[in-house]
Ligand binder design. Structure first.
Ligand code: CP
Length: 313
C-alpha cells in the first residue's frame, strides 16, 4: 500500500482487523521493520488520541518520529496555482511538501474541514496538496471529509465485542454547541458498508450526511425507532451537510441516555462532551467501549504503517 487516505485503501477489512488484533497481542513483533525510517506527524488541528497512538504505533515498529503542530507553528500555506502571494500566506504547498519529504520516509497529516465552503473542504487541499507534491507515503490522520484511522479502530472494536453474525449497529447524531465536521461519521458509514450488519443512521431532519456517502444506507429520523434492538450505538455530532457547516438543532432530546441505550454497547470516537452528547451513566458504566476504541487506535495506526513500510522495502 502506498498511501492511507481513506477507508477505500483497505483491500480486505476483515483481514486487516485480524492482523491488527494479532499486532495488539504482540505489539513489538515487527520492531525491526521500521528501523532507519522516520515518520513526520503534521498537525494543523488539535489531537490527543491520534497524536499519541500514531507515535506509539511508529515506535512499536522501530521508527523515529517527528511531530510538528503545523497549524500554530508552521508558515501559513498557499495552495492555489499561479497565486500572487502578496497577502497572508508565506509558503506554497509545492515547496512545503517537497521540503517535508527531505526529512522523513512517511508523512501523516491532520487537517480538519473549515466548514465555511463545502467545495473547498471536499477538495481536501491540504491532504491532496501533500499527496500531489511529494513522492513519499501519506497517512490521513483526519482530513476535511474522512477519518479512516478512527473507522478502522471502530471496526476492530466492533469485532472484539460482537457475538452475532449480523449485529444491529446504529449511528446516532447527538447535539453539540459547536459546528463539527462530518469526517468521523463519513468514515464510519463507509466502514459499515463493508460489514455484514443491520446498519441504521439516525439524525434529525436537516442533518442527513452526504447522500453520495450514505447511498444504500437506512436513514431513520425517529431516533427511538432506530434504536430498537440495537447491539451497538455509535454516537456522534456533525453539523448540517445540506446547510453546510451550520448548527440547526441543539435539541437535548437527542442526547444518548442509559434508558435509550438499552442493552446496546456504546461507542464514540472521543473527545466527548458529557451530559450534552451522552450522559455520565453511560460513560461511567460497563456498556461503554470508548476507552477500548481509543486503545485500538494504536494497532490501527500500526497495521497501516506496517503495510506502508512493507511496500517501501
Ligand atoms: N478520535 C480522535 O481522533 O481523537 P483526537 O482528536 O484526540 O486525536
Amino acid at each position: 500500500m502506498k498511501h492511507y487516505l481513506s477507508i477505500n485503501d483497505v483491500d480486505n477489512l476483515s483481514e486487516w482487523v485480524e492482523e491488527a488484533r494479532a499486532l495488539k497481542a504482540a505489539p513489538k513483533k515487527f520492531k525491526a521493520l521500521g528501523e532507519g525510517k522516520t515518520i513526520c506527524l503534521l498537525f494543523f488541528n488539535n489531537s490527543l488520541r491520534t497524536r499519541l497512538s500514531t507515535q506509539k504505533a511508529a515506535m512499536n515498529l522501530g521508527m523515529d518520529v517527528m511531530v510538528m503542530n503545523f497549524g500554530s507553528e508552521g508558515w501559513a500555506l498557499e495552495y492555489g496555482d499561479g497565486t500572487i502571494m502578496n497577502q497572508g500566506t508565506s509558503e506554497h504547498i509545492k515547496e512545503a511538501a517537497q521540503v517535508v519529504s527531505q526529512f522523513c520516509d512517511v508523512v501523516a497529516i491532520r487537517a480538519f474541514a473549515k466548514l465555511e465552503d463545502r467545495a473547498k473542504d471536499e477538495a481536501e487541499e491540504v491532504l491532496n496538496g501533500f499527496t500531489k507534491h511529494t513522492s513519499i507515503p501519506i497517512v490521513n490522520m483526519e482530513s476535511s471529509t474522512a477519518h479512516p484511522l478512527q473507522a478502522l479502530a471502530d471496526a476492530i472494536t466492533l469485532a472484539e465485542n460482537n457475538s452475532k453474525s449480523k449485529p444491529k449497529v446504529v449511528l446516532s447524531w447527538a447535539p453539540h454547541p459547536k459546528a463539527l465536521p462530518h469526517a468521523v461519521a463519513n468514515s464510519f458509514v463507509k466502514m459499515m458498508q463493508l460489514q455484514d450488519a443491520d446498519f441504521v443512521i439516525t439524525n434529525p431532519e436537516g442533518y442527513d450526511l452526504d447522500p453520495e456517502i450514505t447511498k444504500g444506507c437506512t436513514i431513520e429520523h425517529d431516533q427511538e425507532k432506530a434504536l430498537g434492538n440495537a447491539d451497538f450505538v455509535y454516537v456522534k455530532n456533525w453539523s448540517s451537510y445540506s446547510d453546510y457547516g451550520k448548527v440547526l438543532n441543539q435539541d437535548s432530546n437527542w442526547m444518548m441516555t442509559i434508558q435509550k441505550l438499552g442493552k446496546a454497547k456504546f461507542m464514540h470516537c472521543l473527545p466527548v462532551r458529557r451530559n450534552v452528547v451522552v450522559e455520565d451513566a453511560i460513560l461511567d458504566g460497563n456498556q461503554s467501549l470508548v476507552i477500548e476504541q481509543a486503545n485500538n487506535r494504536t494497532y490501527t495506526a500500526q497495521i497501516v504503517l506496517k503495510k506502508i513500510l512493507e511496500n517501501l522495502k
